[in-house]
Design a protein around this ligand. Sequence first.
Ligand code: KG4
Ligand code: ZN
Length: 346
Amino acid sequence: MPIILAIESSCDETSAAICEDGNILSNSIATQAVHAQYGGVIPELASRAHLQNIVPVVDIALNKAGKTLPEVDAFAFTQAPGLIGSLLVGAEFAKSLALSLDKPLITVNHMQAHVLANLIPDKKPSFPFLCLTVSGGHTQIVLCKSPVEMEVIGETIDDAAGEAFDKCAKLLGLPYPGGPLIDKYAKEGNPDRFQFPEPKIPGYNFSFSGLKTAILYFLMNAGKSQVYKQEFAASEEEKKQFIDENLADICASVQKRIITILLNKFSKAARELGIKDICIAGGVSANSGLRAAFTELGEKNGWNAFIPEFQYCTDNAGMIAITAYYKLLAGDFASLAAQPAARGFH
Ligand code: KG4
Ligand code: ZN
């Protein structure tokens, strides 16, 4: 019955989780509010906040799970990808615990962990399954052959889906991170009111930068033109007024287009690979429109659709713990010399 303490600190959430024999007993997350005023994550501030949060977050995770540090059998941390200063805090904390308690260490890839969040519930997808991983930094279609064997078969060639949500939200004057706000306003809006273009990208890859430009020009025209070209037809005041009066419809239309870009490519891949089980992962899978459309896609095609619980969609240590559990079963341990990295280790 191995007990694992896992730490996630790759971006702006400090999180710790306890996993016992593949069951997540606790998943404590401290979100860093400090970045909202800057419109994005400031790496240096993130590292400092991780330093402040890590002891209480680990403490809460242990208390909630009813465990003590000496009971832990292995320590795990997110090794890559992420902000290097942020990753270092979690890495050094986990390594110090492993060293002082003389317990094994497990390194975890953040993207692999997002996918394996789907193995947390009792009802798990069967291998091979196809996962749509959509976060602030990544957009990938991942073919999962086993918990430790994954292949990225498609990805974004420019912005990630979360980045598209956040950048469009910024154009609408919404604070960072704008994804959840677009989700919120979209609920009241008409998704068919405005038609934004869908890019034509070969294979299973995605592109979102064109959508952002289309919305920029659309707003600069304040809805005067449905043609997405650089016309500057509206004044700043007209633009503001247009956004104020149509915010819900714009959000619903933007969200619908991001979802169709994602799901058209994903369903093409699932169909061509003859997949039966489909999963979704990453921060954007918290989007209520995407969750509903993903479930509907499964029903329409006879695929079993799996969506992680809300708390395991955005960055969290629960997904790091479940991945560490499968690595532990495979005997895949790291040395105390293991270093975090901003990129790679895929
Ligand atoms: O996976 P995640 O927490 O962090 C990364 O590894 O990037 O994903 C964060 C991203 C942000 O872009 C955020 O706006 C987006 O997920 N996000 C959402 C929603 N909740 C989080 N996007 C749309 N709708 C949501 N409800
Ligand atoms: Zn993430």
